[in-house]
Design a protein around this ligand. Structure first.
Ligand SMILES: [Zn+2]
Length: 140
């Protein structure tokens, strides 16, 4: 904006002493830009500050909340895959057979369900976690 200033010109400017916008007169001008202003209210002389949006000095900074790690849903498929990767199931898995004794932590290769990990053993049954979920199978 091409604003022309002259000494004695009146303008609104923030005054530190009056704590707010007050009427000022331009006291000195350097290179076409006001350098010093005189406050009409309190008479103090202070530097001219170029117009800019009034901003409170101490803008309250929104405290950054620590992004809470959302607890993973205990969905079987992801849990299954975690286990599978962690334990390199493919190398260990044995073909499922009801004649075999299955214990917790063993991996099986089931003809219908695929790779599964024995989660729990109870008498002659085992709970096996497959990609599609938990199944109960016969164990020797
Ligand atoms: Zn003032």
């Amino acid at each position: 904006m091409a604003k022309s200033y002259y000494v004695g010109m009146e303008l609104e400017a923030p005054c530190g002493r009056c704590k707010g916008e007050t009427r000022h007169r331009i006291h000195t001008i350097t290179d076409g830009t006001p350098e010093r202003l005189i406050c009409n209210s309190c008479g103090s002389v202070h530097k001219f500050r170029p117009e800019r949006p009034a901003k409170p000095e101490a803008a309250p900074r929104a405290p950054r909340m620590a992004t809470q790690a959302a607890p993973k849903p205990t969905a079987s498929p992801s849990r299954f895959q975690e286990l599978m990767i962690a334990e390199q199931a493919g190398a260990k898995a044995q073909p499922y057979s009801a004649a075999q004794r299955w214990d917790e932590g063993m991996w099986m290769d089931h003809p219908s369900f695929g790779l599964g990990r024995v989660q729990r053993r109870a008498s002659r049954k085992v709970e096996v976690l497959f990609r599609e979920g938990l199944k109960t199978l016969i164990s020797a």
